[in-house]
Write a protein that binds this ligand. Structure first.
Ligand code: ZN
Length: 445
């Protein structure tokens, strides 16, 4: 039946995808194999435009004497623009927001989910949103090598009422070739239905949070149901090695995506498992705690290239990573970074205050079964809780094994206890945090 809703969707599709997105994706794909020097000049030109715009509309940058030559722009901002954080935006709205901090009616107000408690408003132009979507679609297309990607989506979207107790827990968006599933309804009782509908849809990709793809893979593997999708595109949460392993063994190859509400950095994982920073999306620096460039692990600092209604310049995140040297087999010259090692406020420590990497913590779960969900939480400076949602065959010895493994493979200087819980709460956006420090991180998004 040709409903008005479908007509609207079709209209949106024609307008957005055919006229507005496709031309942008075409431009982006033509840059896939651009030489480093050409990419650098392009980035400089975009950066110069962004800085000039910031000077024009943001009081913080009004006095800048911006050079005319784009080749000098990176050095110029390093010397003239201080590194700013979310706190600066919250405290000095008059300096960093356009129009005295009041959004124009044509500006779209995006909100960061606020892992540190306070959500942040970012004004976005329609143009920057179109570019954002084009960059995302370019990632899918360049990995899958098809133009019209068929996708199943299992993220935190509110598709149906949380109280609904009967299938269907999904909707089809056939105009955009998408099967949209409600991750909030995925459980051991419903997973068979989820997998059946996904298999019938036969998508090119699964678009998911690492935790939702992992949950699906775990159910499929426990119930010995085959689910094959060539690629799983994960985003919005930390992707842990234990999740990748289960997802790849059960569903398909994982391609991770790194982005954030502030839109000051984007990194996309290629088929050769390298995370490439998209240099034409933003200008990314990795800086140490004194805001100096480092080849070691540092903070991600980025400058907007496409959002001209509220450019963010040298905006520092609490995410940390380091540059990865060398070429990639995929042929892309976009620079590479190591996987993001989590938010600074999520780091957990042993009793000597030594930070413990989440990748290392995964060893505590080695060979342990009968666990449906888990979360590792630092509750005080000397205490960890291993929260476990047990599956039917769980025995206390499974929990003991985790504590033993923790002391054996991770650190002897950890006091941890296993706490059995009925569920592990997700954040409002439906996101899941596997490692959490509750001593530094009292609020959740
Ligand atoms: Zn690559």
């Amino acid at each position: 039946m040709f409903t008005i809703k479908k007509f609207k969707l079709l209209f949106r599709f024609l307008l957005l995808d055919v006229f507005l997105l496709n031309s942008r994706i075409k431009i982006l794909r033509s840059r896939d194999k651009l030489a480093s020097e050409e990419m650098n000049s392009l980035q400089n030109e975009l950066l110069l435009k962004s800085i000039l715009k910031a000077k024009k509309i943001l009081p913080a940058y009004r006095e800048l004497e911006v050079p005319a030559d784009s080749s000098e722009i990176k050095e110029f901002i390093r010397n003239n623009c201080t590194v700013i954080t979310k706190n600066d935006l919250l405290k000095n709205r008059a300096l960093y927001y356009p129009n005295g901090g009041k959004a124009h009616f044509l500006q779209i107000v995006g909100k960061s989910s606020g892992t540190t408690g306070t959500p942040l408003e970012i004004y976005r132009s329609l143009n920057s949103i179109l570019w954002e979507n084009s960059f995302v679609k370019r990632h899918w297309q360049s990995v899958c090598n098809v133009k019209m990607v068929k996708r199943a989506t299992l993220r935190g979207d509110n598709i149906i009422s949380v109280t609904q107790e009967k299938a269907p827990y999904w909707v089809y968006n056939d105009v955009d070739n998408q099967l949209l599933l409600s991750s909030r309804h995925l459980s051991k009782d419903t997973c068979k239905d989820f997998i059946a509908v996904i298999n019938h849809f036969n998508p090119d990709i699964l678009q998911a949070y690492p935790s939702t793809a992992f949950q699906l893979a775990q159910y499929a593997s426990t119930n010995k149901i085959v689910i094959k999708i060539p690629y799983v595109f994960t985003a919005s949460e930390m992707l842990y090695p234990y999740q990748r392993e289960v997802i790849e063994n059960t569903i398909g190859q994982v391609c991770d995506f790194y982005g954030m509400a502030e839109r000051i950095a984007m990194a996309t994982e290629c088929r050769f498992k390298n995370l490439h920073v998209n240099s034409d999306y933003s200008y990314v620096e990795i800086l140490d705690e004194n805001d100096n460039p480092t080849d070691d692990v540092g903070f991600v600092v980025g400058t907007t290239l496409h959002n001209h209604v509220m450019p963010l310049i040298r905006y520092k995140l609490s995410d940390r990573t380091k540059w990865k040297k060398g070429p990639c087999e995929c042929g892309s010259n976009y620079p590479m970074i190591e996987p993001i090692s989590g938010k600074f406020e999520d780091i957990i420590y042993d009793i000597d205050n030594t930070p413990i990497s989440p990748s290392l913590i995964t060893f505590a779960f080695k060979g342990v079964s009968n666990i449906e969900k888990s979360q590792v939480v630092q509750t005080t400076t000397e205490q960890w809780e291993i929260r476990i949602v047990p599956s039917d065959n769980y025995r206390p010895s499974d929990g003991d094994q985790i504590i033993n493994n923790l002391n054996k493979y991770v650190s002897k200087k950890i006091n941890a206890e296993v706490i059995i819980v009925s569920d592990i709460a997700r954040t409002k956006a439906g996101k899941y945090r596997w490692v959490l420090n509750e001593t530094t991180n009292k609020t959740e998004e």
